[in-house]
Design a protein around this ligand. Structure first.
Ligand code: GLY
Length: 461
């Protein structure tokens, strides 16, 4: 948790952005896995954490903008709760840690909202993504669950996005603190992914490292010799000599700030010449993209620059042909790189995605493209100091996509399908760093994790 003053200051800043009405915040609840008492590990809602700091199920909060009042709703533990889960400070005492003086039982949320509805006041709430909270809020506001999110407050969501997008020094320090664990996760994989090892041995050990470090995994580990499947969560393959494994994983801090790092590693310890060629192109694309990052530069340009480096490299391998500016404009890179080069990162690995990806990543000036590949770019707008984003280009050979494009003869002025065929079984390579935008440029976050061919290979010695 941050110091009390930080939470007070965050709420004050929010209040200044929104004129009037009642701001409602719902925390998350326990989520059952297979029966009510056997739950997934509790994860608080990130916006709740940002403004109210408390990591407990069964909480809500409200800010009455017209009366300048703040309240946390939640129930103190009963004796039965204490017997099963141990003692817990009273809600009142927990609220004091984040500078809130008024608390009430959770059922008072209903009374508060009923009064606001009765008085015809504006009730601001954020888009809801947990089914129990959708049902709760629907019933309190008298709206059908299917229609609840149509009534979300865009003004509230945009104000939160504006504020959470700029990471404070203490947030950046917390993000940076998790990289020591992420380093251990990635270097463990580099040392232990060997022929005969099954992917789940590595994926499970890395998850254990994150938990043993006192934090969490920031998102389900992606570890696969089939890296051409972008988010591959199947860990059942036995690795063989000649395979390369995409390892996309990161730890999150106890306060839930994420890291999101990808490396691609040779299972036999050494890349083949063919793998080295593709790897170096992806590394150049990542470093070229990062070099562009500074305040005022649209992240769309970072994406397009990385894509142009990929195209240039693919042309040198004979996979792409023709004029590269024209190929970029036509989207030929989408066959090999069908995703965006990065996204905002913070309390969520895809930061604030639940508030609306287009509001987080785009604005009135820069709109999302509809072009295949580029349409997956989650962040396009101009960078500002304090933004934290991933930069993660890749080259993938996805048989189903190659077949589709070839059958359509798609962009055949730019793609040499005969040459692509020779890479059909290649898999995929992605390399990723996390970057904070500074007043005069940028900084790559965290303890450096090996990424050059020489350094990655040296980890296997
Ligand atoms: N690293 C996983 C993702 O960006 O979705």
């Amino acid at each position: 948790m941050f110091k009390t003053e930080s939470y007070i200051q965050r709420r004050n800043q929010l209040k200044q952005q929104i004129g009037s009405g009642l701001l409602v915040f719902l925390g998350n609840n326990e989520s059952p896995m297979n029966y009510p008492d056997n739950g997934y590990r509790f994860r608080q809602d990130s916006t709740y954490l940002y403004y109210w700091g408390l990591e407990l199920p069964g909480l809500a909060a409200a800010i009455d903008l017209d009366e300048d009042k703040e309240i946390i709703f939640g129930n103190d533990f009963t004796l039965d709760d204490t017997i099963w889960m141990g003692p817990q400070p009273r809600i009142k005492d927990q609220a004091a840690r984040v500078g809130v003086k008024t608390t009430a039982a959770f059922k008072e949320l209903e009374t508060t909202l009923a009064a606001a509805v009765e008085q015809g006041r504006k009730i601001h709430f954020l888009p809801q993504y947990r089914h129990d909270n959708i049902i709760l809020l629907s019933s309190l506001l008298g709206v059908s669950p299917q229609q609840l999110n149509e009534q979300k407050s865009l003004e509230f969501a945009k104000a939160v996005i504006k504020q959470r997008s700029i990471k404070s020094d203490e947030e950046i320090a917390e993000i940076e603190s998790v990289f020591d664990i992420t380093y251990v996760m990635h270097t463990y994989a580099m040392k232990h992914a060997r022929p005969g090892t099954v992917e789940h041995e590595i994926a499970g050990a890395m998850e254990g490292i994150a938990l043993a470090g006192g934090g969490y995994i920031a998102y389900p580990v992606i570890f696969s010799i089939h890296g051409e499947t972008l988010h591959n969560h199947h860990y059942g393959n036995t690795m063989q000599t000649g395979d390369i494994a995409v390892n996309d994983c990161g730890s999150a801090s106890p306060g839930h700030y994420a890291s999101d790092i990808t490396r691609t590693i040779p299972v036999s310890g050494k890349f083949t010449e063919k793998q080295k060629e593709v790897y170096q192109i992806v590394l150049d694309a990542m470093e070229g993209g990062i070099a562009k990052m500074q305040p005022g530069v649209p992240f769309m340009e970072v994406h397009l620059h990385s894509a142009s480096v990929l195209l240039e490299g693919l042309k040198s391998l004979g996979l792409v042909k023709g004029n590269l500016d024209a190929a970029l404009a036509a989207g030929a890179q989408g066959l090999f790189f069908p995703h965006g080069v990065g996204h905002m990162m913070g309390l969520d690995v895809h930061d604030m995605e639940n508030l609306g990806e287009d509001y987080v990543g785009y604005d009135d000036e820069i709109k999302r493209s509809s072009q295949f590949g580029l349409s997956g770019l989650r962040l396009g707008k101009r960078l500002k100091p304090g933004f934290v984003a991933t930069v993660e280009p890749g080259i993938y050979f996805i048989p189903a996509l190659i077949d589709r494009w070839q059958a359509e003869n798609k962009l055949s002025d730019f793609i040499n399908y005969d040459a692509v065929e020779k890479y059909r079984d290649f898999g995929g390579i992605r390399i990723e760093e996390n970057v904070v935008v500074a007043e005069n440029g940028h900084r790559i976050l965290g303890k450096p994790i090996p990424k050059t061919i020489t350094d990655v290979e040296a980890m296997a010695d």
